[in-house]
Design a protein around this ligand. Structure first.
Ligand SMILES: [Zn+2]
Length: 513
């Protein structure tokens, strides 16, 4: 399986500590400074830098690039759903993960809660799947491990931007974080391992609904409501900090710690409903925009859909998720789900349509007349294999403006200045403790993390997109590339019920409409 000699591997271990959505702005916020002493001292002892996310800067491609060493056009994951709007399983990742390489060199891994790892892959070690996981589905490998996890272990908590039940949401987020910390520390103590990878999703779950309440920079920050929300969020962040402290205390000596995030976060300024532009051009069929439809816009993203009359809702669903043409309606191009920052073409080989839609994207202007989209690109040629890739991927001028799918807006430009929501930014963070001086800068990109981990373990895979952020002190053992087929069992698909449940969960996170 591998050309490497396991005895050549360095003896040190590596912890990959993943903090979903943690960016420089959040780290600078008073709420983090006041509640996270363990994280801050870990960062002080580490070489730190900025970690550029993937395009799009988004959880599914981000963590997949971090754990494969590849860009999205190689690993094939651009979002949680494919072209037809169906959820992708972790089996859809086209290239091996870092734990496959560790396994191929004779090492063992413990993997906890990395997004896009369901169904649980059989690895040399232990794997607890990260989101999305259909309720009731087995999510550990070996399967019996689930009995070892505490009964209060939760994979994920649905958090809507509108979070009307915020007290309950904070309580669940805190319990989820505490349980994950206990499980991680126990697995780290009780099982042998060379690589331990764990992702905590809390920063992302707090950032989406409450960014402007939690992080200074918006007038909403000073409100009494924000003060109340910050008190509640502080409990969750303390739980995360204690989980980090507990895990660090459980590490064997000489474990290198790689802390990183899949993307950063910042305030959401506006959403651009690009499907309205496509409808205006006759590229996408739309019904007349009535008063009800217009009024939904003030209600916010997820709830807006619920307030549409059911006829219109069914219509919109059919239009935006079914075949390129349903019921004779025109659907030659359509916008991908939020955060995916892309547009699909009914016929990707139609060059005139591609050029026309590209022009429309580049012509988008904010209310000050400034461009919204900086560049439109087609993902790499290999991405045509990966059906999850939007045909036109957009790089936004400003991360605070998002492309949004659907027709439930009166105008394409919808200001979100008045809501507390946050959204993803390209700037994430990376910090490495061990094997590199704390004064050094380790700026990098998401695909650099896998080669960094491998280098810390004394391994090297020359075919990866990323490069190691540390210079090894001992010669690395070259590890032949292993194929996905060697790394994985045959790929699985979800049943209709599981698919519906996963879509419902993604909806609760605002990832699909
Ligand atoms: Zn994320």
């Amino acid at each position: 399986m591998s050309s490497s000699d396991p005895s050549a591997r360095a003896s040190s271990r590596v912890l990959l500590l993943g903090l979903d959505g943690l960016g420089p702005a959040f780290l600078d916020a008073p709420i983090v400074k006041e509640t996270m002493p363990n994280l801050l001292s870990l960062l002080r002892e580490s070489a730190t830098g900025e970690l550029a996310s993937t395009l799009p800067p988004y959880t599914a491609p981000g963590w997949t690039s971090i754990t494969t060493g590849m860009r999205p056009d190689r690993h094939g994951v651009f979002g949680f759903t494919d072209r037809a709007g169906r959820p992708l399983t972790g089996d859809r990742v086209l290239t091996p993960r870092v734990w496959d390489f560790v396994g191929a060199s004779g090492g063992r891994s413990i993997v906890v809660n990395v997004p896009m790892t369901h169904p649980p892959q059989t690895i040399d070690g232990v794997l607890v799947s990260g989101m999305p996981v259909p309720p009731g589905a087995s999510f550990t490998s070996p399967p019996g491990l689930v009995d070892e996890l505490q009964s209060d272990y939760i994979v994920d908590v649905p958090v809507r931007e509108e979070a009307r039940e915020s007290a309950r949401a904070f309580e669940l987020l805190q319990r989820m974080t505490e349980a994950r910390g206990r499980v991680a520390a126990r697995l780290a103590r009780e099982h042998p391992w060379d690589l331990f990878a764990v992702v905590f999703v809390l920063p992302d779950r707090l950032g989406h609904p409450w960014w402007k309440n939690l992080v200074p920079g918006d007038r909403q920050y000073e409100s009494r409501k924000s003060q109340r929300l910050r008190r509640a969020a502080a409990g969750c962040l303390r739980a995360l900090d204690e989980a980090i402290g507990g895990l660090l205390a459980a590490l064997p000596p000489s474990t290198a710690v790689v802390t990183c995030s899949d993307h950063g976060f910042g305030p959401l300024r506006a959403e651009v409903f690009f499907d309205l532009v496509l409808a205006r051009e006759g590229i996408l069929d739309a019904p007349r925009v009535g008063r009800v439809r217009r009024s939904t816009i003030v209600l916010g993203r997820s709830r807006a859909a619920a307030f549409l009359p059911s006829g219109a809702r069914t219509w919109a669903k059919r239009k935006l998720s079914a075949q390129p043409s349903s019921g004779g309606a025109i659907r030659r191009a359509w916008t991908g789900p939020s955060y995916q920052s892309g547009v699909w073409l009914g016929d990707p080989s139609d060059e005139r349509l591609r050029a026309h839609v590209t022009d429309l994207l580049l012509a988008l202007r904010d209310p000050d007349g400034e461009p919204v989209v900086r560049a439109v690109g087609a993902p790499g040629v290999e991405a045509s294999v990966a059906m999850g890739a939007p045909d036109l991927l957009c790089e936004m001028v400003d991360g605070s403006v998002e492309l949004h799918d659907g027709l439930h807006a009166a105008t394409p430009w919808v200001s979100r200045e008045d809501v507390a929501w946050g959204t993803h930014r390209t700037e994430g963070v990376v910090a490495i403790r061990g094997a590199v001086g704390a004064a050094e800068n380790v700026d990098g990109e998401a695909p650099d993390i896998t080669p960094t981990i491998l280098a810390l373990l004394g391994l090297e895979v020359p075919t990866l997109d990323g490069r190691s952020l540390v210079s090894p002190t001992t010669p690395l053992a070259g590890l032949a590339t292993i194929t996905r087929a060697e790394a994985m069992e045959p790929s699985s698909v979800y049943s209709d019920e599981e698919e519906a449940a996963v879509l419902e969960h993604l909806k609760s996170l605002g990832y699909v409409e």
